[in-house]
Design a protein around this ligand. Structure first.
Ligand code: SF4
Length: 502
């Protein structure tokens, strides 16, 4: 089949067998028409449309040596630093078009992670079964241009206890039965981006494991309509506006959702199992995946930052303050913060390297710069949003509703009192205020920025592991004339190799 159009993706969702999805306590029949989920479908659809639109199709397509065809980049295995850079650039552009998280990158990062891990297992231990299964799955995904979610974060129960020590043994997804034809799995994954609007989900372990946790060290892929799968879609700020009519307040934009994926004794055939009780590999899998996703944030969050900066600038123009020195200064600061996140992601991409020695692919980001990127992203969007709110004025939190503007007895008054500079109408101001409100206070721009791809402390732990303080100290001691034996390595940066690079 090859590349699918956005419409073909939407039709595919309609053709899924019965999937148990809940929104606000009620089961959803059709995600493509449900007012709460339709914006998510539109956002996901943009990743398919990108392969056909003039301004993005070069970025959004890539050649796959696995099926000898062009594929959508969202199912592509990175074959060099250029591919890693293209990812960040594509994500920035898609954010411009969508104004939300488009939800497809997690499954893409899961594909690249499993390519690396299954290849490494075959190279290091000579076990090729996982790699062969994964390559067959990859070809199936690429040929059918599937919409994938990636599910990593377990619900985790008591945070201080390991999976096997939990009072609730299902706090982490695990195998409960092994059969000749496959395995039965149980548990739940939390905060899963786009989970209700995908064809399939790739499940991965969420942390390093010990031998006692072997039942939890599993990775596999299943169609979302597998028996025993339930999805509970989470609430978001302003989400009830999706249920309103109208085209200003009622969130006519694209949007994203996150949900809980519950696996109640779900059968997984062996050919879909890519890691089974291999607890020694769980930590490396998490390391590879999280760095991939942390790098990606440079693109999507910088893209959303552009929307926020543009909205703030327009609102400043609407009230005649765009050329004031303090407003210019705030806009410059927003640009600086935004481009800093983006630059770090580009560095993580250009400094990427190949971490396998066989096969076609296996390029990974620079883990230090990927973690730095994500650490910046945990802070800078909040500051950019604060500056945008400062410029927009208090009305960002108090603007009248679209219904007020449409009410004949209020319309004239609101048009008179909401207008600033004459060339902009009251409706234009309200539209821009709502856009800024909805994006700058959204889960995609704020909460995801803190917790997506790992909470802030996770990056700090990684940075501490990767930075070699002893080397830095030796460099300083030498210059200070203190006794030190220093061996200059090839690497300029005082960085240690990550586990997968060793
Ligand atoms: Fe993609 Fe960004 Fe959404 Fe992650 S948060 S899925 S990188 S758009």
């Amino acid at each position: 089949m090859g590349l699918r159009t956005g419409d073909q993706y939407v039709d595919g969702l309609r053709n899924r067998k019965h999937v148990e999805i809940y929104v606000l306590g009620k089961q959803v029949d059709d995600v493509t028409t449900h007012p709460f989920l339709r914006p998510s479908v539109k956002a996901f659809k943009a990743t398919f449309d990108a392969a056909f639109e003039e301004d993005t199709k070069e970025l959004a397509r890539a050649y796959s040596p696995f099926i000898n065809e062009e594929v959508n980049r969202f199912v592509h295995i990175h074959r060099g630093p250029e591919d890693l850079v293209a990812k960040v650039k594509l994500l920035r552009r898609l954010s411009h078009k969508v104004g939300a998280c488009f939800q497809r990158c997690v499954g893409w990062d899961a594909l690249n992670t499993l390519f690396i891990i299954t290849t490494r297992i075959s190279e290091v231990e000579g076990r090729r079964t996982y790699l062969e299964r994964f390559l067959n799955y990859l070809k199936y995904v690429q040929r059918n241009d599937l919409a994938l979610a990636g599910a990593m974060t377990d619900v985790k129960g008591v945070r201080t206890l390991r999976p096997s020590e939990q009072p609730n043994p299902d706090s982490y997804v695990h195998v409960v039965e092994e059969r000749s034809d496959g395995i039965i799995v149980r548990g739940a994954k939390a905060n899963i981006t786009g989970i209700a609007v995908v064809d399939e989900v790739i499940v991965m372990p969420t942390r390093a494991m010990t031998e006692k946790d072997a039942d939890y060290a599993i990775s596999f892929a299943i169609p979302l309509d597998s028996p025993g799968v339930k999805v509970v879609v989470g609430r978001q700020v302003n989400d009830a506006r999706r249920l309103e009519d109208g085209e200003i307040d009622g969130l006519p934009y694209f949007f994203n959702h996150e949900g809980m994926l519950i696996l109640e004794d779900v059968f997984v055939p062996w050919d879909r199992v890519f890691l089974y009780k291999d607890w020694t590999w769980a930590g490396q899998l998490v390391e590879v995946f999280s760095s991939f996703h942390r790098q990606g944030y440079a693109g999507c969050k910088a893209g959303l930052g552009d929307v926020v900066i543009g909205a703030a600038y327009n609102l400043a123009k609407q009230i005649g303050v765009a050329d004031k020195a303090h407003v210019q200064d705030k806009l410059t600061e927003m640009v600086f913060l935004n481009e800093t996140m983006y630059s770090a992601g580009l560095a993580a991409s250009w400094e990427g390297r190949r971490v396998v020695s066989s096969g076609d692919g296996g390029w990974w980001v620079n883990p230090m710069y990927a973690n730095v990127t994500k650490q910046l992203v945990t802070r800078f969007p909040y500051e950019i949003a604060r500056l945008a709110h400062d410029i927009a004025g208090g009305i960002i939190g108090t603007a009248p509703s679209e219904a007020d503007l449409r009410n004949p007895s209020l319309k004239g008054l609101l048009e008179k009192y909401l207008q600033g500079v004459q060339e902009y109408s009251a409706e234009e101001r309200l539209r821009m205020l709502r856009l800024l409100e909805n994006i700058s206070l959204s889960v995609a721009y704020l909460i995801e920025s803190v917790h997506g791809a790992g909470s802030p402390e996770a990056q700090r732990i990684s940075m501490r592991r990767l930075y070699d303080l002893q080397i830095a100290e030796a460099i300083s001691k030498r210059l200070a004339g203190l006794k030190v034996k220093i061996q200059w390595g090839k690497s300029i940066e005082p960085h240690r190799p990550s586990d997968i690079e060793k």
